[in-house]
Design a protein around this ligand. Structure first.
Ligand SMILES: [Zn+2]
Ligand SMILES: [Zn+2]
Ligand SMILES: [Zn+2]
Length: 305
């Protein structure tokens, strides 16, 4: 498996999936139908603002590389007109489309005529052969639908689903179906995440350089807000506050810059010497580098294997 061209998008999606997996063994359903609005929506915001189709392209690529596996879960029907997925079913007469139908017991006369039970009290002779109707002449009885509008007797009503959102009605076979699959990172996928984790790589490097390192540290800001940071590294002459990502976009950088402005040196536990705030990542968006420059945030490129 060549991973030279393994992209930031692939890493971010794999990491996103792995995060969503937590506490479930069945795999992640990437989207679902909102039970209130009928909207087909992703279970969580995808990384790097990927849209649904790009997300699925990357998942396919990860699957073809053996880093993710998926199993079929079910099909989801969506409205041809508005794309939503909540329906109200209706049963119609196949002859006149009326919904005024009911299920009745129908007796089959020895001539082949079908006579609904409800008619037996009023009809005395068979409408087909003209014989007087007697119970002994019925060869079969079964449940059928009868239309109160046109009198049609039928076994299968026409099933129509009405979209709860926009009111458009369609036969089940005419709707748009989305395939819902469950995705799980494979063992090699999880291993790859670990091996290429910029946080792990940076952590090892800092320890080798003699830093004392704490992970996931909460820092209290002057504003009263609590800020989470990835790594806090301290050694005699300096303290480094690190935020670590794989692909760093401008927003991530901006959030980090805000933390830096809000947190004073005295709020950093065990801080010694000069304080450096460093945004670390494997790849940086152009706009992120500009933002870093504007706010005077240091950036560090982490080289992952
Ligand atoms: Zn609709
Ligand atoms: Zn009818
Ligand atoms: Zn008859």
């Amino acid at each position: 498996m060549s991973l030279i061209d393994f992209s930031a998008e692939e890493y971010e999606v794999l990491s996103w999936l792995s995060h969503l997996m937590q506490g479930s063994e069945k795999g992640v359903k990437i989207f679902e139908v909102d039970a209130k609005t009928g909207e087909v929506k992703l279970v969580a915001d995808p990384p790097m603002k990927l849209d649904r189709s790009s997300l699925f392209k990357i998942l396919d690529r990860l699957e073809s590389r053996g880093l993710v596996k998926s199993v079929f879960e079910k099909k989801i029907a969506t409205c041809v007109r508005c794309g939503k997925g909540l329906f109200q079913p209706h049963l119609n007469c196949p002859a006149c489309s009326s919904e005024d139908i009911e299920k009745v017991i129908v007796h089959v006369h020895n001539c082949g005529a079908s006579i609904p039970e409800t008619l037996l009290s009023s009809v005395k002779t068979c409408p087909k052969c003209g014989d007087v109707l007697e119970r002994k002449d019925f060869v079969n009885s079964h449940g059928r639908f009868v239309c109160n509008s046109c009198g049609e007797v039928f076994e299968h009503p026409e099933v129509v689903s009405e979209c709860v959102s926009c009111g458009f009605s369609a036969k089940a076979s005419d709707m748009v179906y989305l395939t819902l699959r469950r995705y799980t990172p494979t063992e090699s996928g999880s291993l790859l995440l670990e091996v290429r984790s910029p946080l792990r790589v940076l952590l090892r490097k800092l320890l080798e350089e003699g830093f004392k390192v704490s992970e996931n540290v909460s820092l209290r800001g002057v504003s009263g807000a609590t800020h989470q940071i990835s790594l806090l590294a301290v050694r005699v002459e300096e303290t480094r506050v690190y935020e670590v990502g794989y692909f760093v976009d401008a927003e991530t950088l901006l959030r980090f810059a805000v933390k830096r402005l809000d947190v004073e040196k005295t709020s950093i536990p065990g801080a010694l010497g000069r304080i450096r705030w460093i945004m670390a990542g494997v790849e940086f968006a152009e706009a992120a580098l500009k933002t870093a420059e504007t706010f005077g945030v240091e950036v560090e490129v982490v080289k992952v294997a």
